[in-house]
Design a protein around this ligand. Structure first.
Ligand SMILES: [Zn+2]
Length: 472
């Protein structure tokens, strides 16, 4: 019998409340467990037992189930160190008594609000807990998703929105058409028109500035946890959570104001607001095109602070013991220099037999099919000033070991942007997606309880704290 099987048998047989779980039947329960192998305790978690004895937490994560022999075995992944994520635990508490008495939570998500700007926000800088959120290397699509799923890019299965997928690209049969259209790319307006046209017809959301002839090599595989296309479990699935998400509102200059008003009206009009969740996204856009520290940016900081203040006060007036969280996915830095890359000039046009690459504002990913090119490509890009190669150690730390994310990954230092890139033809005034070792890239993580967050926190820390608050 393998070690894992022995551990399982021991855990299953010694599980104090195995019978109770079997007998609990379907429906909502609270449950706690412990991992005998690691002497670690799994805090009380709310969830549902389904008709065949499986217990899922409120994020939909499978925590325990019953074997065909009627024995309970359990696995628990949150909080375990990297490695095999399923560890055996035994159920030590099972409780239906507090059913229906969850504490209410208000979670305000702000896209791209840097921790270093918090001091300019009089209300928000007064929160009892103030963590400096260190994001994963990458863009909002992963930073946001990790906050509400707890999963790294390796665990969630995607990194960045577009990826090298020549076999499943929705454009794979259109090579001849795109070769014909390529000359249009020399005229900016014509290029924009074709991209808009593609975005209307194609199943993808945005073809950005991807060169037409490279589209058959790529597919849009990454979707943020906020997107209707996101199809994995997250805390946003919490039963009874009232959500005000930006894509549900018209995308106008008043977008944040409308979301704020709708959330505030909900809080004020209900006896118990329950779990409330909203997304404010305009400040990210403002910093990209006006820059951090610009007049419109500073005004928007104060506007966000007002939203946070009014929502928090309205919420606490209804639920004095309610939990309030304010979190952003990443920070932002102004751009002062550009770097350009000419892989075509050195290695010919990308194709599936040789190599492919994808450039974004701050990240370059290269996939190499013809391995005889590897060392030459690395030598060429290593010599470009303004691009740093991500080491294998660093890939492991960031949860980016999957080779589908690129055989080689480069990123730009703070303030440097790849121009032009597949993301856009022009430089932005502000940008994120630099390495998280730069403090400018850190987001905020606030709570109204003193011990929730201190100093540096990760997206997983936030996920666990919110998850426990929801389960409380
Ligand atoms: Zn952004």
């Amino acid at each position: 019998m393998s070690y894992a099987k022995k551990a399982f048998a021991a855990a299953a047989l010694s599980g104090k409340n195995s019978k109770e779980l079997v007998q609990a039947g379907r429906g909502p329960v609270s449950m706690a467990g412990e991992n005998p192998a690691q002497s670690s305790r799994w805090p009380l978690s709310r969830g549902e037992i389904d008709g065949i004895g499986r217990f899922r937490d409120l994020a939909g994560q499978l925590i325990c189930c019953r074997t065909p022999a009627g024995v309970i075995f359990s696995f628990y992944s949150r909080g375990c160190p990297p490695g095999p994520i399923e560890s055996l635990v035994r159920v030590v508490e099972l409780d239906r008594r507090n059913e229906g008495h969850m504490s209410d939570t208000l979670t305000i998500f702000i896209d791209g609000l840097p921790f270093d700007e918090l001091h300019q926000m009089p209300f928000s800088s007064g929160f009892a807990s103030q963590g400096r959120l260190v994001p994963v290397l990458g863009y909002s699509v992963n930073c946001q998703t990790q906050l509400f799923t707890g999963k790294t890019p390796d665990e969630i299965g995607f990194w960045c929105e577009w990826s090298y997928e020549p076999d499943r690209s929705p454009f794979k049969h259109l090579k001849a058409l795109f070769t014909l259209l390529s000359p249009l790319e020399r005229v900016y307006v014509a290029k924009r028109v074709v991209h808009r046209f593609l975005d209307k017809l194609a199943p993808t959301e945005s073809t950005k500035n991807i060169p037409f002839r490279y589209l058959p090599l790529f597919d849009e595989t990454g979707h943020s946890v906020f997107s209707p296309k996101f199809d994995q479990a997250s805390l946003l699935d919490t039963p009874g959570m009232t959500k005000f998400l930006h894509h549900q509102f018209p995308n106008t200059d008043q977008l944040d104001e409308e979301i704020f008003k709708a959330a505030k009206a909900h809080i004020e009009s209900s006896d118990r607001p329950g779990h409330v969740f909203l997304t404010l996204v305009k400040i990210d856009h403002c910093s990209h095109w006006e820059g951090v520290g610009s007049k419109p940016y500073n005004e928007m900081l104060l506007e966000n602070d007002r939203y946070i203040g009014e929502l928090t006060e309205a919420f606490i007036a209804k639920v004095p013991d309610g939990r309030v969280f304010v979190v952003s996915d990443h920070g932002m830095a102004n751009i002062h220099t550009g770097v350009s890359i000419d892989l075509e000039g050195h290695f010919g046009k990308p194709c599936r037999e040789r190599y492919a690459y994808f450039t974004e504002g701050t990240i370059l990913r290269i996939w190499i099919t013809d391995k005889s090119l590897t060392s030459e490509i690395i030598r060429y890009v290593d010599e470009i000033e303004g691009l740093d190669r991500l080491s294998e150690d660093e890939r492991a730390k960031q949860g980016l070991t999957n080779r589908a994310f690129g055989d080689v990954i480069y990123h730009t230092p703070e303030g440097t942007q790849i121009i032009p890139s597949f993301w856009g033809p022009k430089p932005s005034v502000g940008m994120h997606g630099h390495h998280p070792s730069f403090p400018s890239q850190h987001g905020i993580c606030l709570s109204n309880r003193p011990d929730d967050f201190q100093e540096r926190v990760s997206a997983l820390d936030f996920y666990q704290c919110l998850s426990e608050a929801i389960n409380e």
